[in-house]
Ligand binder design. Structure first.
Ligand code: GLY
Length: 373
């Protein structure tokens, strides 16, 4: 039977195809057939974007690419993708089951940017909501603001109808927290500086001993996409630094740091040590490099060089005078060219990519070689 289409649906469908304004709002998405010449649709993400799976066996980048190329709004598609990782109790760096702060409380950060709409939203130190990316999107859609934090963010989420849970820890995140707490033993350190150092050292030792994977210590997911019409969006979501000082907000919800999207030139987002990224607003810098004509890879490498140049404190340097931490960026330009770059070259470092040829884990380009030590 032929589906009847009413006048309003017809106007909306036509406007979506042509990217026209309906009233005061532009309509995006829902027109898979239209293609801008030379633009290759792609979704990129950190490696965990091709690890956790939904009940149909699809990963974040696969879901995002499928929805986006079927005509759904690019940002809605990317968020549907990262929701898989946020809700996966086995990913201990994002959403539900993410690593808690130093008081054992899971506090989540996220932001999202919509290139064509030039809109953004974010939440910081949000407790009790499994998928903070959806709250970040609600901040974008329903407020005049770009960032809500702490109790205010939670109250906003409650008002928007999100379920608020008392505790987002899983058995795994709680067990690792207790191990960290046992090692830190704060009662025996009267000097707060020593206690802080012991906390950081205990975390790094647990990485070195393989109790937690290195990429999860500052673990996060960033996911960026461009559809055939050249519409670019991005989202970043995280539980932040493992066992952080309560209230610490990293780079992930900060526009220009954990994510930056320019609807005309491209997108960049990050995982890794948030403080190094916040100091340099590196995602913004990388997108500015795209604007100035650099390739995705060169733009990312220039961002990493800036991080390296601005890391001068001895506590953050290794024996060779290079940064002792890890940081990665995931980049797409306005044609769908993409790159993943990492401060250190590593066989294991991969980023997730999904194109019309399917999803894969591609190598990250490294700026520096790790010393043997
Ligand atoms: N990049 C995640 C964080 O530092 O919180």
């Amino acid at each position: 039977m032929r589906k009847e289409i009413n006048r309003r649906e017809f106007v909306l469908a036509g406007a979506a195809t042509a990217g026209l304004a309906v009233g005061s709002r532009k309509v995006f998405g829902r027109a898979p057939a239209m293609q801008v010449a030379g633009v290759k649709p792609v979704v990129v993400a950190s490696g965990n974007g091709h690890r956790s799976r939904n009940s149909d066996g699809e990963t974040c980048v696969e879901v995002a690419f499928r929805k986006m190329t079927a005509g759904d709004d690019v940002l809605d598609s990317l968020i549907a993708g990262v929701n898989i990782v946020e809700l996966d109790p086995n990913d201990a760096s994002v959403g539900y089951g993410g690593r808690p702060n130093a008081d054992g409380v899971v506090q989540l950060d996220s932001c999202c940017m919509h290139g064509p709409k030039r809109q953004a939203g974010g939440v910081g130190a949000l407790e009790g909501v499994r998928a903070p990316s959806l709250v970040a999107k609600a901040v974008m859609d329903h407020t005049d603001h770009h960032l809500l934090v702490g109790d205010g963010a939670q109250q906003f989420a409650r008002n928007m109808g999100f379920e608020i849970e008392a505790d987002l820890n899983t058995d795994n995140s709680r067990r690792q927290y207790l191990e960290w707490k046992r090692r830190t033993d704060p009662g025996h350190y009267l000097n707060p500086e020593e206690r802080l150092e012991a906390g950081i050292q205990a975390g790094l030792d647990m990485v070195a001993e393989g109790i937690i994977p290195e990429e999860e210590y500052w673990g996060t997911i960033n996911c960026d996409g461009i559809n055939g019409r050249g519409e670019i969006c991005g989202v970043t979501t995280t539980s932040g630094l493992s066992w952080k000082i309560p209230g610490r907000v990293g780079d992930s919800p900060i526009l220009g740091a954990g994510l930056y999207v320019d609807g005309t030139y491209g997108a960049a987002g990050s995982t890794g040590r948030g403080e190094a990224n916040l100091y340099n607003l590196t995602s913004y810098l990388i997108v500015e490099n795209l604007r100035n004509g650099m390739s995705a890879k060169d733009a990312g490498m220039a961002g990493l060089k800036r991080v390296q140049e601005n890391t001068v404190e001895s506590r953050l340097l290794n024996d060779e005078g290079n940064p002792s931490f890890g940081i990665n960026f995931y980049i797409i330009d306005a044609k769908g060219e993409h790159a993943g770059v990492s401060l250190y070259e590593s066989e294991r470092s991969r980023y997730a990519v999904c194109t019309e040829n399917g999803a894969e884990l591609a190598p990250l380009e490294g700026l520096l070689q790790r010393s043997n030590g």
